[in-house]
Design a protein around this ligand. Sequence first.
Ligand code: ZN
Length: 122
Amino acid sequence: MRAQNQVDRCAVCDCDTVYVQKDFNRTLGIGIFLGGAVISLVLYGFDLIWWAFGVLLACAMVDGLLYRLLPDVTICYKCHAQYRRVTSRAENQPFELGLAEKFDPLDKGPAAENPAAEWHGR
Ligand SMILES: [Zn+2]
């Protein structure tokens, strides 16, 4: 992990499978979406159709701007440890549901990497 400030293994659980996503507060994202939708509907109700579309366009632009400006965070599939301000690594890809299911704590199958019996919560 410390070599070149890249995450190749989780420092907490030693798992070698991590993913990368934008470091964005989900509550804020949902708030922007809901706020824009409600304001747009109210404006539409008052027959201010172009203003309603303008609000939706502004929300989309804010979303796009945040996506470009915000840094990435690297997250461990197994223990959900988060690593910020690390150098990107080609092997660390975006979230994959198939990989996440492999580490699902509710998976009680013998092939599970993280069976429920070993799960101690986050
Ligand atoms: Zn981990």
